[in-house]
Design a protein around this ligand. Structure first.
Ligand SMILES: [Zn+2]
Length: 465
């Protein structure tokens, strides 16, 4: 129960203890002024993500939905339900993974798995324990929308932005209903109207749409006010035409790396992407990950983080003999080479101002939800970004560029009450993001013990036969 409900002044020690005594007049006034304050973190080093800086000695007041105040004086803390001492610790906005997939019922049906519903609370836990408070799912399903509705504002799941099922031509790379086949413009328009009505946030496309279908998709999506994101459509007549088509989002940086040639310099690509106002999910972990599967499959399988994966899914398309990358016997040199070319795009595109979005492409084979985003951030640093710049791709840049993330990405008054409390400075070393002291989700304080408990619960649940 909240200390405020007990109508008493609050003296709080550390993270939990509250003791009551009769309130003074000034405290009464503060309680009124900050009546919605559910959590205060005092005397903490704030990383606002507005710039590459740390502001020490701050008190941050969280409401259930938004940040109420950040200040040096911190007088409002006394009126909050809970006070946490942030001394020597760092508070930053929660991370976002802008390109993920979740094993929803569409996946289960598509891959012929038994369709008992996997609990989303469990499937999404790996994000929370890795400092991620928002994800964008690039292949939705009706049960995912229903789950989001049921969660509302709570501490059960990260903020969810959900794409439509993927629109694809015949033959689809992934089976229905993960994809919906649209072989003519009228079918495509009907699909988009369905998805707008169902409540999906944007439209996801695969690369094999015919040109008339692709154009119909873009036009209809604009009519219903939805962004189109996804693959580079093969039928488009050149990159120029593609980037002026009205498609706003692109899901893989490597698909642009493939286009770089004597005729197309990286600078030209950067210019075109800036010109069209397009954002690109990095997903630069995908290619090195495929190469690693070919070279060091056993060590990837042996990773500790694999224990959060449901065996239904890993057996269906991660492990031998069903892993598509191993089955197809692709030459490792191709993936190594493309990994390098993709990595080479990061610095120049970032410098040109192209909105690069950190995206893991979890549950692409061997990319583990949550953990995959932290790997992606490390790869962005290897590709030449500073830790601050890499963190911007998961915070500030999506906040400025992508519908559904406007309220996140910065630690400042009026933003969503999502943040992470860290034992050391992530701008010096990103590794601390893999073990946050606490995650703040819609104002709820999930401490290390709670996060650990949830992770153990998730591991236990997925192990059940
Ligand atoms: Zn994907």
């Amino acid at each position: 129960m909240s200390c405020l409900l007990r109508a008493a002044a609050i003296i709080c020690f550390g993270v939990t203890a509250c003791q009551s005594s009769a309130p003074t007049n000034q405290e009464h006034q503060l309680q009124h002024e900050y009546k919605e304050c559910v959590l205060a973190v005092t005397n903490v080093n704030v990383i606002p993500m507005t710039d590459n800086l740390v502001i020490s000695g701050q008190t941050v007041l969280f409401g259930q939905s938004e940040i109420i105040e950040i200040s040096k004086k911190g007088t409002g803390a006394v009126a909050c339900d809970r006070i946490v001492d942030g001394k020597n610790r760092y508070l930053m906005p929660g991370l976002n993974d802008l390109h993920t997939h979740v094993e929803n019922t569409a996946f289960q049906q598509g891959f012929g798995l038994p369709t008992e519903t996997l609990p989303y609370d469990i499937l999404l836990t790996p994000y929370l324990v890795n400092s991620i408070t928002g994800i964008r799912i690039l292949s939705g399903s009706p049960d995912l929308l229903a789950y989001r509705e049921s969660v509302g504002h709570s501490d059960r799941a990260p903020h969810l932005v959900v794409a439509s099922p993927m629109l694809s031509a015949t033959p689809p790379v992934l089976p229905e209903p993960v994809t919906r086949i649209v072989d003519d413009p009228s079918a495509a328009r009907a699909a988009i109207r369905d998805y707008a009505e169902a409540g999906y946030d944007f439209i996801k496309i695969r690369r094999n749409l015919s040109l008339p279908v692709y154009e119909a998709v873009i036009e209809e999506a604009h009519l219903v006010g939805m962004h189109v994101d996804g693959h580079v459509t093969q039928a488009a007549a050149g990159l120029d035409a593609l980037l002026s088509s009205g498609q706003v989002g692109f899901a893989h940086l490597d698909e642009f790396a493939l286009r770089i040639s004597d005729e197309l310099a990286i600078e030209n690509l950067a210019e075109m992407l800036v010109e069209c106002g397009c954002y690109v999910s990095t997903a630069i972990g995908v290619m090195p990950n495929i190469a690693e599967q070919i070279k060091n499959y056993d060590s990837l399988v042996a990773r500790e983080e694999m224990q959060v994966m449901h065996p239904l899914l890993t057996n269906a398309f991660w492990l031998k003999p069903n892993n598509p990358y191993l089955r197809e016997g692709a030459p490792v040199e191709f993936f190594d080479d493309l990994a390098q070319k993709t990595s080479d795009l990061v610095r120049p595109l970032y410098d040109a101002g192209v909105p690069l979005l950190a995206g893991s492409d979890a549950i692409n084979p061997m990319i583990v939800p949550g953990y995959g985003l932290l790997d992606e951030l490390d790869l962005l640093v290897e590709a030449g970004l500073s830790p601050f710049e890499a963190l911007r791709t998961a915070t500030a840049i999506p906040a400025k560029s992508v519908p559904g993330f406007e309220q996140s990405g910065f630690l400042e008054k009026g933003r969503k009450s999502n943040a992470v409390l860290l034992a050391s400075n992530p701008l010096a070393d990103l590794a601390v993001l893999g073990a946050p002291d606490a995650v703040i989700l819609d104002g709820s304080y999930l401490d290390q013990q709670t996060l650990k408990g949830r992770l153990n619960e998730a591991i236990k649940t997925v192990k059940q036969p």
